[in-house]
Design a protein around this ligand. Sequence first.
Ligand SMILES: Cc1cc2nc3c(=O)[nH]c(=O)nc-3n(C[C@H](O)[C@H](O)[C@H](O)COP(=O)(O)OP(=O)(O)OC[C@H]3O[C@@H](n4cnc5c(N)ncnc54)[C@H](O)[C@@H]3O)c2cc1C
Length: 283
Amino acid sequence: MTTQAYYLPKSVDEAVGLLAEHGPSLLVMAGGTIAMPLINDGISFPERVMGLRRAGLDSISRSNGHHAIGATVTLSRMLTWDEIPLLQKAAHNVGGWAIRNMATVGGNLFAPPPSGDFAVALLALDAQVVLTSAAGQRVVPLNDFYTGFMTTVVQPGELVSEIRVPVPAGQTAYLKFARRETNTPSIVTVAALITLDGQRVSDARLALNGVGPHPFRARRAESRLIGSVLDEAAIAHAGELAAEASDPMDDAVASAWYRRKMIPVMVRRALAQIVAKEASDGI
Ligand SMILES: Cc1cc2nc3c(=O)[nH]c(=O)nc-3n(C[C@H](O)[C@H](O)[C@H](O)COP(=O)(O)OP(=O)(O)OC[C@H]3O[C@@H](n4cnc5c(N)ncnc54)[C@H](O)[C@@H]3O)c2cc1C
């Protein structure tokens, strides 16, 4: 079967109207860096395709203590947006230039593992996902967005229209460990945000990618850090707890065993960066 129709809605209302009309026979396409290869390789046969690039979802604004990032903002655009350096760093770590010019923030939420190198930074920032349908809008914490391997809370008829990111306080770090420096799948990616109250951690967010069915927060590791001094013992223990929370897979890039082994190493490196930043800010 070949694709029968391609739609380019000029607004979100038009887009969700088309979704309501055609149901699951309509494939949503943002940058197409995941969707198009599946079609070209004959793995996916959508009856209808809807491109989002003219739907007006490509703006970034700030209100009420959060940044609102449109779902079709590209990762190249995120490289030049300097309000949240963690997101710049994350964007830099997705694919190469050609991919980032097309790939979108919203599309990264749906990327199959070990992709999700931008979503993992959004998780560490406590982002929320705005889902829009013909019936209205609902807002879901990104932490509750994933329900399993390539499954999410998105219902038929819903689109991701915006990602809301609270203006962050605290120090952040982002490290992607992979076979090469750039344009390479993740073995382990760590995004961390730590807030200190004096010497002690008052808030800790530790998000991991590449080591589970989707990006996730290592909650027990975070709890271990909160209330502690960010010393070697606390960091090492948090790394072990993060590894325990993981569910890595074997693939052509790395074995599950190796991925799990690298988690404490990468958590330690990420938190060491934060300790160093704190020390230099304190001088
Ligand atoms: C060579 C190559 C290298 C890559 N490297 C990386 C990497 O290093 N790290 C990484 O994380 N990813 C990587 N990717 C995967 C991918 O490019 C990114 O994850 C990208 O952000 C996906 O966004 P997109 O807009 O292109 O998604 P699309 O292909 O347009 O869509 C992907 C899926 O999400 C759904 N979707 C998209 N937007 C919405 C929306 N707003 N609402 C509802 N559903 C939606 C689509 O229906 C589709 O099922 C790579 C891909 C390639 C081809």
